[in-house]
Design a protein around this ligand. Structure first.
Ligand SMILES: C[S@@+](CC[C@H](N)C(=O)[O-])C[C@H]1O[C@@H](n2cnc3c(N)ncnc32)[C@H](O)[C@@H]1O
Length: 328
């Protein structure tokens, strides 16, 4: 059995691996659909009409849900997909997987605690920019008093389990500028973009979908400035737009996996040349120049949270838990 989800594996192998490695335990629906596709040559023939990078299960399933496929057993999904393939194919061609998870702000807030404000936030790989509003959400960190925005409770409240002496602040940071860079910025004011972001959240995760809608409504009131382009090409000029009298924080979560090794190294080199600070929250395989702290217990899916190139926490990928790493 293959465990490969990469674009060089056959479509059957990719869907089987997705079912067994990625969906199991997180989405019974996607596990069922992916297993179904893997054993269904006629459906594979449809999916193989797409270029290889577009055959990824998460993109095809999201495109089908965007077009209205009902959640149900594989045979219903299959019948629907064959009837609506033209629309699903067009959606997969015109869209990309860009899950935007506001919950990750619960990982960023303790890292921001030690940075002198006011802060100018620049997120690379921002998608719709929902992680640019750490000061507009509320937080319930286990063992700490609830944190609310300066002007009162938010419609978005993030729960995060804390392990160790995480420096949870007593008040949220003062953010005076929010900028972003993305290959394909999404706009929370466009209903189709919000529908796409909702479809990217796996079927069973209704709590995350509700949070997404609430976070999108908050962002729509004061939309972020997100520039279209490659993060390596645009980093310096967008950073130069940040106000001089604020501390610049460049950050990224779940982005560097989209870059090749030289691209990641180039980014790390560029970000180190900028004034201010660098916050990286990425999978362990894509942490340029950051020494991993496997001496501290962690899950294989945990993200590495590092400030200025030094790891200080292991983090649950959607921001549900943070485990501190002691540093000398
Ligand atoms: C998985 S999403 C993460 C979004 C957001 N950081 C979050 O944590 O919710 C990754 C984003 O990175 C963007 N991206 C990938 N490669 C990029 C590049 N070379 N330059 C700019 N953005 C890129 C994608 O378009 C996508 O919106």
């Amino acid at each position: 059995m293959s465990t490969s989800t990469d674009a060089t594996a056959s479509t059957a192998e990719r869907y089987r691996a997705f079912a067994d490695v990625e969906a199991r335990g997180l989405s019974a629906c996607y596990e069922d659909w992916a297993h179904g596709v893997a054993g269904d040559p006629a459906t594979i023939a449809l999916i193989d009409e797409l270029p290889s990078p577009k055959r990824q299960p998460n993109l095809v399933f999201t495109a089908a849900r965007f077009q209205g496929v009902p959640i149900g057993p594989y045979h219903l999904f299959r019948d629907w997909l064959h009837q609506h393939w033209v629309e699903v194919r067009a959606t997969a061609m015109s869209h990309a997987t860009q899950t935007n998870e506001a919950g990750r702000c619960a990982l960023h807030v303790p890292a921001l605690a030690g940075i002198e404000g006011p802060i100018a936030l620049l997120e690379v790989g921002a998608a719709a920019g929902l992680c640019l509003y750490p000061d507009r959400y509320g937080y319930r960190y286990t063992g700490h008093p609830r944190l609310d925005p300066a002007d009162g409770p938010s419609q978005v409240v993030l729960d995060c389990a804390v392990d160790g002496p995480v420096p949870v602040p007593e008040r949220l940071p003062e953010v005076v500028w929010r900028g972003g860079i993305d290959l394909n910025p999404l706009d929370v004011r466009r209903p189709d973009d919000v529908t796409w972001l909702e479809a990217l959240i796996w079927p069973e995760h209704e709590d995350r979908r509700a949070r997404l809608r609430a976070a999108a409504a908050i962002a729509a009131v004061d939309p972020p400035h997100i520039v279209a382009g490659d993060l390596n090409a645009r980093l310096h000029d967008v950073a130069a737009e940040a106000p001089d009298d604020a501390t610049l924080l460049v950050f990224h979560t779940a982005v560097l996996m989209y870059l090749d090794e030289p691209g990641r190294a180039r980014f790390a080199e560029q970000v180190r040349q900028l004034p201010g600070h660098w916050l990286s929250v990425e999978a362990r395989a894509v942490t340029p120049g950051i020494a991993l702290r496997d001496d501290v217990p962690n899950d294989s899916s945990d993200l590495v949270l590092a400030l200025d190139g030094v790891q200080f926490a292991w983090a649950q990928p959607h921001g549900r838990a943070i485990r501190w790493v002691p540093n000398p």
